[in-house]
Structures are given as C-alpha cells and as structure tokens.
Design a protein around this ligand. Structure first.
Ligand SMILES: [Cu+2]
Length: 121
C-alpha cells in the first residue's frame, strides 16, 4: 500500500511539470502568430473592389486578388504612393503590409473609376 502511493506520487510530478511548460509555451506562440501574421483579402470582381473600405489593425498584410476576367491594378493615391501593383491578370495577387495607422485610398490605374480604401487602426 505504501509503495503504490509512492509510485503514483512520482508519476504525477513530471506530468504536472510537463503540462505547465507546454501549456504556457503553446498559448504564447499562438497569440504572437495571430498578431504578426494576420492577413485580409480584397477581391476584385466586376470592376469593383470588395470590400470597398477595409478596416484592419496595424501590421496587417492586405492581399488583393483579381477575380475578374479583365486586368486591373492597385495603386495608392497618396503622394508618395504607399503601394503600387503591377497589372494583375485573372487570379493574380498583390500584397501590401500596413505598419502605420491611417487611411490609404487607392484606385485601378486602368479603370480610374474603380476606387477603394484601407483604413489602418
Ligand atoms: Cu481595373
């Protein structure tokens, strides 16, 4: 009887230590990964950006994807330009990371009536 209690006690020590180490380690890495690697998508379809206005936290990478069967561009209207894509053919993507708060209007230089903006908070 005494012996089995002793063995059970020994077995519990590494179990508790292990849970503590893995518990905090995992939680920390998931939190920081979400903060550093958040991405948001804007789809281009039927001559429009969707969503037209995108609100994101600082540090977000925004990816535009051309779902239209017509080439488009994503060009910042700020001076100097905050970002500028090449001409995107169907299913091509362009990404920009926003590290400062502000409002970033942009348009398609091929079809200037196509406009959108990214609001970074
Ligand atoms: Cu366009």
């Amino acid at each position: 009887m005494r012996r089995s209690v002793f063995i059970a006690g020994l077995a519990a020590v590494p179990l508790v230590l292990g849970m503590g180490v893995f518990g905090t380690g995992r939680k920390g890495s998931i939190t920081s990964a979400q903060e550093k690697m958040s991405t948001m998508e804007v789809k281009i379809d039927n001559f429009s950006f969707g969503p037209v206005t995108l609100k994101v936290p600082v540090g977000t990478t925004v990816t535009w994807t051309n779902r239209d069967d017509i080439p488009h561009t994503i060009v910042s209207t700020d001076d100097p330009k905050a970002f500028k894509s090449k001409v995107l053919d169907t299913d091509e993507k362009f990404s920009s990371t926003f590290s400062k708060p502000g409002t970033y209007p942009y348009f398609c230089s091929i079809h200037p009536k196509m406009t959108g903006k990214v609001i970074v908070q």
